[in-house]
Design a protein around this ligand. Structure first.
Ligand code: MN
Length: 145
């Protein structure tokens, strides 16, 4: 049992990690695992923070994400839609839905992301899938790859 305090979106005893190792396209984003293996949960709660101008990987996978925006504003790709998001909004990302977050409103975008502890690896778009995504103009304008 513990209480870990937060100071400016950094928590006691929580490491600020690289977002991902290699092999995908992203920019200016960090990852903190707030609840991971230390509790007997089937889930993890992570905090991601995207610096202004940054973005997460354009990806999809079999596992779902429950996301709560915690700070700032930005936009998210959800399937074939682009939505504005702001602090305390909830974003549901079902299985196999293309998604990408962007801090494109001139401020940091921080969000909590709830996932299954055991989950499949993200899939990146093939050239064909990218072309399909770009067939929707709002999506073509939005995605970073
Ligand atoms: Mn994902």
């Amino acid at each position: 049992m513990s209480v870990r305090r937060c100071n400016d979106f950094r928590w006691d005893d929580v490491e600020v990690l690289a977002y991902k190792e290699t092999g995908s396209h992203f920019r200016d984003i960090t990852r903190q695992i707030l609840f991971g293996a230390e509790l007997d949960l089937q889930a993890q709660l992570r905090y991601f923070e995207i610096a202004p101008g940054g973005y997460s990987t354009l990806e999809r996978h079999l596992h779902a994400h429950g996301v709560m925006i915690l700070r700032g504003r930005g936009r998210v790709l959800l399937g074939d839609r682009v939505e504005s998001v702001t602090a305390r909004d909830l974003v549901s990302i079902p299985a196999m839905t293309w998604h990408q977050f962007r801090a494109d409103a001139g401020e940091s975008l921080g969000f909590l992301c709830l996932v299954n502890a055991e989950r499949d690896k993200p899939q990146l778009p093939t050239d064909d899938e990218l072309a399909q995504l770009r067939a929707t103009p709002a999506v073509a304008e939005f995605i970073r790859w």
